[in-house]
Ligand binder design. Structure first.
Ligand code: F0G
Length: 385
């Protein structure tokens, strides 16, 4: 019974687009909000104030399952036989799992060359998805999958799909539930394609409209320094939601500049190695609704934060730790106060990208150079300390 056992469909009244007997579930959304002072001290918060939302505990090991159950439900309603996505790895793992578990659709996956962590690729392969590697990176794969799915009538499940974002709203419902509906001061989330941040903004906007909460938390979206389009546009070029009348000139100019200079996304946090986020405009709206800020953090900061999350909690993959690194930065800047209650969303499981983790800890110079050296990371911490 999805309505009882899914951490997404428990909230079906707040995403009411499908009849109950058509809801797809593989048991997603059984995730955990953990309060941790060890990591809280690292971030610079008072005792009791840092909470980590472990979305890596989903069936495919990332937050994507929150949205994929909704997207595949909708795909079923419209009779889709095949579903496709471009992915840095987690969306594809999730889609592949839902297709194999339900046996209703075939999964078609587009990935960039050499741009996917092995844990994620192995999931897609094992779950039996048709996996196509293209020349280029995620941004190229995204363009390609849009063309192909349109041409061939394949259902597209990237987060341009609004039903996915409906499912991802429930991450915030569970956070609020765990906090006994006391609204925290900050939600901090890594930013890649900007689906999560968009969904969170929508979740809080609607809860407030329904009168279920009386204020919304502030939002911090954290980019990797090597994939910081949102940061550049929002913090440096002043692009704002502006009641839906977004000035597209600075966006076009920046995209042109990236083309001209041959700038490509580049970060160890491969999940968020994205320079043309498809949900940019929706995210600007979320930043507006939640009085948000955007920061970028280096690969070194991400890996250092990740090790802290591992030592003080359940661990996460590199991209997820951007949230903790970003919270630390905002604390140092004084934007977040020591007494603020902060929720960092940890988007993916510890085991998704073991190479990055081992290279960071093992003191294996060759692996370190191979995995991290080219990424501008200069320092590793070996062992505990
Ligand atoms: N964290 C992880 C672990 C991810 O896999 C992603 C996105 C993000 C953060 C960023 O979330 O796109 O909502 O801003 N991964 C996508 C994928 C792009 O293909 O798996 P976002």
């Amino acid at each position: 019974d999805p309505v009882r056992f899914s951490g997404v469909w428990r909230f079906h009244e707040l995403l009411p687009f499908a009849p109950q007997d058509k809801l797809v579930t593989v048991g997603e959304g059984q995730t955990l909000l953990q309060q941790t002072d060890a990591v809280g001290r690292y971030v610079g918060l008072n005792a009791g104030q840092l909470h980590l939302q472990y979305e890596g505990m989903n069936p495919s090991g990332s937050f994507k399952d929150n949205g994929m159950c909704a997207a595949t439900t909708h795909a079923g309603l419209v009779g889709a036989q095949r579903a496709a996505c471009a992915s840095t790895g987690n969306t594809s793992a999730s889609l592949a799992l839902y297709c194999s578990a339900t046996q209703r659709m075939k999964a078609v996956i587009f990935i960039g060359s050499g741009k996917i962590a092995y844990g994620k690729l192995s999931q897609a392969l094992d779950y039996g998805a048709l996996t196509i590697q293209i020349h280029g990176d995620f941004d190229d794969a995204m363009v390609r999958v849009k063309e192909v799915s349109k041409e061939m009538g394949i259902y597209l499940v990237n987060s341009v799909n609004p039903f996915r974002l409906e499912g991802q709203k429930t991450v915030m419902y569970r956070v609020l539930e765990a906090l006994r509906w006391e609204v925290p001061d900050w939600i901090v989330v890594p930013g890649g394609n900007l689906g999560n941040s968009s969904a969170f903004g929508k979740a809080f906007m609607e809860l407030k409209e329904h009168g279920l909460i009386d204020r919304v938390p502030r939002l911090a979206v954290i980019n990797a320094a090597g994939a910081a389009t949102l940061y550049e546009l929002f913090e440096n070029r002043g692009v704002r939601w502006n009641e839906g009348r977004i000035d597209s000139d600075p966006i076009d100019q920046y995209n042109q500049k990236m083309d001209q200079d041959g700038i490509r996304a580049d970060t160890i946090a491969s999940a968020i190695e994205i320079n043309r986020p498809v949900n940019l405009k929706k995210c600007l709206r979320a930043l507006d609704v939640m009085d948000g800020v955007v920061r970028k953090v280096s690969d070194q900061e991400i890996l250092d934060a990740k090790a802290q999350v591992g030592a003080g909690g359940f661990g996460c993959e590199p991209a997820s730790a951007a949230s903790v690194a970003g919270a630390k930065r905002l604390r140092e800047e004084g934007v977040i106060a020591p007494s603020d209650r902060v929720v960092c969303v940890l988007t993916g499981h510890e085991l998704k990208d073991p190479n990055a983790t081992v290279a960071y800890h093992a003191g294996d110079q060759e692996m370190f150079d191979k995995v991290l050296g080219s990424r501008g990371v200069t320092e590793a911490k070996f062992g505990n300390g």
